[in-house]
Design a protein around this ligand. Structure first.
Ligand code: ADP
Length: 267
């Protein structure tokens, strides 16, 4: 009868609501967990240089007389650890600022060819130290709507990585191309490559395939997370292809025209 219909319907409704609540709880839990992980990673990363500084300072202080050379060596190490700590803090602040949904983006029409040339010019001295050739292959002139400061940071990280994770006498090739809607920047290298199973993880904050190598070259593990954030702010995408011991190619695709979001989209 009618009562049964109503009971049946309200039962179905209740079930649907409880399903929706469960789903929301699950996604809140996931967000909370990734936030907790991030905080614990940040604490760990910030503590590492401090611990080294502590050890170095303690051993200097425990000696009655410190030979000048040893003193200078330890002070040099302390200074390096301080630089490292500053770099982590700078990268973290950049990332946190960029991650906010209210993050400001300062779009101007920019000549992308000139922007890439500028980045390569800045990185050339570092590449030269390891005899790595930096090649720019510009297939056409590209003008696009981008945030010049943020976008430079994103491309700089890719090229810097291509140099860092390369071999002596290797090469890095940056290619710029466009169609009627998008422009494409490809950064290829002759470097160590990324094992297939870690390819997607390299965009995670603090993720490194080889911690020791990243540390040696002054990495913080935040570079690619920053790059990805910047590209998403421009409604673009990034892909990676790699072969171990042969090399890696990152491909960035960005719309030529920037269309501001309405603020209604999902984050
Ligand atoms: P890092 O500061 O360690 O360089 P990134 O976020 O820039 O941090 O990169 C994360 C990790 O991805 C690096 O530690 C490295 O293992 C790997 N990686 C990034 N770019 C390359 C590349 N061009 N070739 C090989 N490995 C790379």
């Amino acid at each position: 009868g009618l009562d049964e219909d109503i009971a049946e319907e309200s039962y179905r409704e209740t079930k649907q609501i409880s399903k929706a609540i469960n789903k929301t709880l699950q996604s809140l839990k996931a967000v909370d967990q990734s936030r907790q992980e991030f905080v614990s990673n940040v604490s760990h990363e910030l503590k590492t240089p401090i611990t080294s500084i502590r050890v170095l300072a303690d051993s200097l202080m425990s000696m009655d007389e410190v030979p000048k050379e040893l003193y200078q060596e330890f002070m040099g190490d302390i200074s390096d650890e301080i630089d490292r700590e500053s770099k982590i803090i700078d990268d973290l602040l950049t990332l946190v600022r960029m991650d906010k949904s209210s993050a400001e983006i300062n779009i101007t029409q920019t000549n992308i060819n000139a922007l890439v040339e500028m980045i390569l010019k800045r990185l050339r001295p570092i590449a030269r130290r390891r005899n790595i050739e930096l090649i720019f292959e510009s297939i056409r002139e590209v003008t696009a709507d981008i945030d010049e400061v943020k976008f430079s940071l994103a491309v700089n990280n890719l090229v810097e990585n291509a140099v860092k994770y390369n071999r002596e006498d290797g090469w890095v090739r940056v290619t710029l191309d466009a169609d009627h809607k998008f422009f494409y920047i490809k950064v290829s290298d002759s470097g160590i490559g990324i094992p297939e199973e870690y390819k997607e993880r390299v965009f995670e904050r603090f993720y490194r395939v080889d911690k020791a190598r990243s540390r040696e070259t002054g990495g913080t593990g935040l570079g690619l997370a920053i790059t990805k954030s910047v590209i998403f702010m421009h409604h673009g995408s990034i892909q990676v292809e790699s072969k171990e011991d042969i090399g890696t190619t990152f491909t960035v695709k960005i719309p030529l025209m920037y269309i501001p979001s309405t603020g209604k989209e999902k984050p």
